[in-house]
Design a protein around this ligand. Structure first.
Ligand SMILES: *[C@@H]1O[C@H](CO)[C@@H](O)[C@H](O)[C@H]1NC(C)=O
Ligand SMILES: [Ca+2]
Length: 214
């Protein structure tokens, strides 16, 4: 009786273990399947991360360039106005000369950014951009007035006026907007055999502004 009981007990124990074993095996197979799927997902994610990284690098570079450009244009505040002299009394003629001569507008009324040099009369562009220039020319006496604007020594625009006896105007002017590279130089020349005049009226001026950097 005892022996039979023990055998039955053993069989039932073995049966349970077999079931357990089967169950565990199924678990392991499904876990392995899950791991395989996870590995695939991981590989796909790794590719995604790689792609995002390179996109991010490209965007970071673009942003850096943009920020540098913005910084340059924000930094660049350029504006000047200058008259030939700051005479309080009397007057002075400049010219006529046989050769064209650089006009030095000595009296800097405004010179933000110091791109205009009132010792030499030369404006030097500190950044690439679009600049606006204007010059007003006045001569009240019997010789023609004539001034030209040059960029790096090359003619751009001029303003001329006939001698006062030939008409009733003594004043002339011209303006121009120019795309300048950094270091480009702009200055005004008194034309050959022409004359300008200065007194406390400050009627001859040279003006320049940076409209926007590029
Ligand atoms: C340049 O302009 C400033 C401001 O008007 C003045 O103080 C200075 O003497 C000028 N330089 C020359 C060479 O005239
Ligand atoms: Ca005239």
């Amino acid at each position: 009786m005892n022996t039979i009981y023990i055998i039955i007990l053993l069989l039932s124990v073995l049966n349970t273990q077999a079931e357990d074993f089967m169950l565990h095996t199924l678990d392991i197979i499904s876990e392995l399947k899950k791991i395989a799927t996870m590995e695939e997902t991981l590989n796909a994610l790794r590719d995604d991360v790689k792609e995002l990284k390179s996109k991010n690098e490209a965007l970071t570079m673009q942003l850096k360039t943009f920020e540098e450009k913005t910084e340059v244009s924000e930094r660049a505040k350029i504006a000047f106005s200058a008259s030939l002299s700051d005479l309080k009394n009397g007057f002075q003629f400049i010219g006529p000369y046989t050769q064209a001569t650089t006009l030095v507008y000595k009296n800097a009324i405004t010179n933000i950014g110091h791109a205009y040099n009132n010792n030499t009369g030369i404006f030097t562009a500190p950044v690439k951009g679009v600049y606006f220039f204007n010059f007003v020319v006045f001569n009240p006496h019997d010789i023609s007035a004539g001034v030209r604007l040059l960029k790096n020594g090359n003619f751009v625009v001029a303003a001329t006026d006939n001698p006062p006896k030939q008409d009733t105007e003594d004043t002339t002017c011209n303006s121009v907007s120019l795309i300048l590279e950094q270091g480009d130089q702009i200055y005004l020349q008194l034309m050959e055999k022409c004359r300008v005049y200065t007194d406390k009226g400050r009627r001859n001026t040279f003006n320049g502004h940076l409209l926007f950097a590029m």
